[in-house]
Design a protein around this ligand. Sequence first.
Ligand code: PAF
Length: 287
Amino acid sequence: MHVFTQVSGLQKRVATARERNKRIAFVPTMGALHEGHLSLIEKAQEVADYVVVSIFVNPTQFNDPKDLEMYPRPLSFDIAKLEAIGANVLFLPSVQEIYPAELDFVVDVDFGLLTKVLEGVYRPGHFEGVIKVVYRLLEITQPDVLIMGQKDFQQVAIIRHMIQELHLPVELIANPIVREADGLALSSRNVRIDPSQRPRANSIFYILSEAKTIWHSTTPTEVNRVGASKLEQAGFRVEYYEVVDGHTLETVEQWDQHEYLVICVAAWLGQVRLIDNMILQDVKITV
Ligand code: PAF
């Protein structure tokens, strides 16, 4: 695996791969790689023949300085995992490399509701940081395909909108959520869950799964109310638990007015904020 810390080296390498007619996939990460990230890399290997992974703990997307400070950075383990899985290139830039002083850019897209609801309410400024860094990383790597995890459902919806609005020549693939054996969605933050609370952490998954089996026999408001209340009973502090339209993220009030339905949830378990989601009805469903 080739490791580059500078844009110029990375771009030369990617250009050489492209000259050799390689299809280039890009997997942006903030490191602390787990099976979820590795599944993104496997997907990249399936759909392309040259895989670039970035590890960059993007300071502009952390609205809480403590969260940035505590973000895990096990770099040597990450590199070993990337070597073992067979990633072709690791891009490991500094903050200066991503945001050089002379480069002042704005991503001029109207995101409407997409950045304002759900995470947007609780993490002001977060998506502005994500949009900026993903735009910059795409500009640097110029991949044919971008692979992201469906775990961050809202993030994927926002990046898809950016790609469409700016007509960026890249395909976006959202890979399904990878879960622990007990159902907890994999996240780099899971290592911070207090061991005494860990057995309860999978309640999110069970409550979402239950909602998926009963949603058509009740109302969206009731789905939201029951889910949030069960989570509170399980010891979580719920920020949101809401059925939204999978395209626009607007609140769903009546099932028949939306074809793409997803429940998005964010809740605190002790000192750790967990997010998860479950697609109730996908756009591909025709029955
Ligand atoms: O999902 C993440 O890990 C980050 O938000 C991303 C997409 C790598 C941008 O920093």
